[in-house]
Each structure stands twice: as C-alpha cells, then as structure tokens.
Design a protein around this ligand. Structure first.
Ligand SMILES: NC(=O)c1ccc[n+]([C@@H]2O[C@H](COP(=O)([O-])OP(=O)(O)OC[C@H]3O[C@@H](n4cnc5c(N)ncnc54)[C@H](OP(=O)(O)O)[C@@H]3O)[C@@H](O)[C@H]2O)c1
Length: 349
C-alpha cells in the first residue's frame, strides 16, 4: 500500500493516477477527503483534467481515501496503517494562511510524519522539496531543506525530489484559467525573470519510478524541464493557444515589498509567499546584470556559468541562475514535456 499525502493537488493526483495504472494499492490523504471525489477514482472512475495521457488506463482498483492533516499527528496512524511507502506531495505555501503555512506543514508536520513512518516500519519515504532548497535563504527553502535533512538522518530509505515550477500550477492555474474566464491576468512583481518550468506529470513519473523500485538507493534529485521562460513569455503562449489577449495587471514591486513588510509581521503564510516573489525579482536583477556583462550564463545552455547573483537570488525554485561551480550540472533529470504541449492539451480540453 502506498500513501499519497497531498493527493488532491497537482502532483498528488498525477502520482496517484500513475500508481493506480501500475496496479498498485493506494491510500490518498486529504484534510477533507470529500474533496478527492471528482479528482481521483475514489468510488468512481476519474479523469485528470489537463493530463496529456487522457483518461486512466484500467483495470485498476480505486484509491482508498483517508483523513490526514500534517499538523495533526492524531491522523497519522490512520494514514500509515499498512503503508509500505509514503509520498508527500503536500505543502502549505498556497493559499497563504495564518494557521496552515510551510512552517507547520512542510516543516514540523512532515518531520513528524517522517518519525511516525520510521516507527511504523515504512520502507521508503518520498519527499517533494523545491529546486535549489539547499542554497536557499527564503523561509520556504529553509523549511524544505530542514525537512530534507531530517529525512536523510532518519534512517529511512528515501527519495527527495527538487522540481522547478509546475507548468500546471504557474502557467495554467495562475494565468491560463483567469485568461480564459475573465481575460485579466495579475502579476505580483514584473514577471520578467527567466524561470524553469516542468510538467507535474514528468515529476509524477520520477516519483512513481522511485517508489516502484525496491532497490533504488536514497537519493536527492534536482528536476527541471526543457523550457526557461519568463511568466510574461508563458502568458503569450497561453494567449496564442486561446486566441485571446490578456489584460495584464501588476502589483508593483515597491507594493510587494510594502506588503511583505506589513503583512509579513502578522501573517506567516503571506510572509512565505511574498518572500518567494521577492526572490524571483532578485533573480531577474542577477539575470539582467549577467546579460549586460555578456556572460555565457546569460544566454547559454543549462549549466553555463553566469554572473554571481545577489543574495537570495537563487532561492526561487524556478529562477534560472548561475550554478555554484563552473560547469556544474544544473539538473539531475530534465522532464521531456515542453510548456507548449501542456498548454495545447489544456486549451483543447
Ligand atoms: N507547484 C509548484 O510549482 C511546485 C514547484 C516545486 C515543488 N513543489 C512541491 O511539490 C509538492 C506538490 O505541490 P502541488 O503544487 O502539486 O500542490 P497543490 O496542487 O498546491 O496542492 C497542495 C496539497 O497540499 C495538501 N495540504 C495542504 N495543507 C495540508 C495539511 N495541513 N495536511 C495535509 N495536506 C495538506 C492539500 O491537500 P488537501 O487540501 O486535500 O488537504 C493539497 O493536496 C509540494 O511539496 C510542493 O512544495 C511544487
């Protein structure tokens, strides 16, 4: 039995579908298991919206829903009973919340689940972290990395995946859906930083390959996709696919900084989120100075060395920045799916 925590999310749904297609038994955890109906085959056959492969390939046994809240250890025994593997595809970053934020979900919550999983005899624990977590100075990156270290020290056989930005979340959900429904797309900041995009389904493929291989060693993998594009460039692709021009609205950078200063004090969830926005903007400045210096890292292939970014610039999971060492590999694996393919499949659905 595999336990998927965060099964209602973009990655969790795809991991669950792939496991079911492989004939595996899956328990799917959610704070509100009712929410899983319509997203996953729990009680009926489901189709994953936006999935390139279309409807699930059977035969499969439907997933078993369970109530699970990473902030509440009382829900852990029900989640872990009989589980051979645990896959954490949950986070507390969005929607920004005072009570359900990364510190208590990705941090304390997942670390407590690691301990409970070890005590329950789980064979493998797969954690979804973020690209560049070990370089991070944003609060979110620090939380993820502390949890990575806790897992690595737990003695559990583990897989840590560090993907860049999910196309389905950052292109389709944040820009594509508003473009289709209202025509207005909002940006926090300028949206001009080159970021790397990966299809959540390609991340799901890596996750499932890891948990289905009993001999796979413990490993941490940086995962990227084939495209480095700014959010504005991604929006142009969405406009072309829908044949509709967006009204672009920006929350200017000084306003984001003001919000970070004021809201960040009283609202932990907003602090984590706005830190991410500011780190992406800092990476843009680093890219601008690399471009101005004509560095190979400014235009070149992944792995090319660019200018040294300012502190914090490398913390954004998708930000395209200079590697720490000349010639260093940028990603351990590159997902094959381009952003255009994900957008075309979504636009046609
Ligand atoms: N999205 C990205 O661009 C991106 C990039 C790099 C890494 N990642 C990582 O990939 C993983 C999956 O992200 P995603 O974008 O697929 O997520 P998502 O679609 O935003 O869904 C978030 C999931 O987290 C679950 N969750 C939230 N609070 C929880 C809590 N207290 N206890 C248990 N579950 C909770 C939600 O489940 P319920 O609401 O059903 O309880 C939901 O299934 C996360 O670890 C994330 O940090 C994401």
């Amino acid at each position: 039995m595999h336990l998927v925590v965060g099964a209602s999310g973009a990655l969790g749904q795809r991991v669950t579908h792939r496991l079911l297609e492989a004939g595996e038994a899956v328990r799917v955890a959610s704070r509100s298991p009712e929410r899983l109906k319509g997203r996953l085959p729990v009680g009926r056959e489901g189709r994953l919206p936006g999935r390139l492969e279309g409807p699930l390939k059977g035969p499969f046994t439907n997933a078993v829903p369970v109530t699970g809240d990473l902030r509440d250890p009382a829900t852990f025994p029900g989640m872990l009973e009989g589980a051979r593997t645990v896959i954490v595809a949950a986070h507390g970053l969005v929607p920004p919340s005072i009570s359900n934020h990364p510190g208590v979900v990705d941090g304390r919550g997942v670390r407590a689940l690691v301990d409970a999983a070890r005590d329950a005899g789980v064979e493998r624990f797969l954690l979804t972290s973020v690209a560049g977590a070990d370089r991070g100075t944003t609060a979110f990156a620090r939380v993820k990395h502390a949890t990575e270290r806790h897992l690595a020290a737990s003695g559990l056989r583990h897989t840590i995946l560090r993907p860049t930005l999910f196309m389905e979340s950052h292109a389709l959900a944040l820009m594509g859906e508003p473009l289709r429904s209202s025509g207005t797309v909002n940006f926090l900041g300028r949206g001009e930083t080159r970021v790397n995009w990966i299809a959540a389904d390609d991340v799901a493929a890596e996750a499932v390959a890891a948990v289905l291989d009993p001999l796979a060693p413990s490993v941490t993998l940086e995962l990227g996709g084939p495209d480095d594009l700014t959010r504005r460039e991604a929006l142009v692709l969405l406009e072309q696919a829908l044949g509709r021009e967006a009204r672009r609205k920006h929350v200017p950078l000084p306003m984001v900084k003001l919000m970070r200063g004021v809201l960040g004090v009283v609202h932990p969830g907003m602090r984590y989120l706005l830190d991410m926005v500011l780190a992406e903007e800092a990476a843009r400045e680093a890219q601008g100075s690399a471009d101005a210096q004509g560095s190979p890292g400014a235009q070149g292939a992944p792995g090319a060395q660019g200018a040294q970014p300012p502190p914090g610039a490398q913390d954004h999971p998708g930000a395209r920045d200079a590697p720490p060492e000349p010639g260093a590999r940028r990603f351990d694996r590159v997902g094959p799916t381009p952003l255009t393919a994900v957008i075309e499949a979504w636009a046609a659905a």
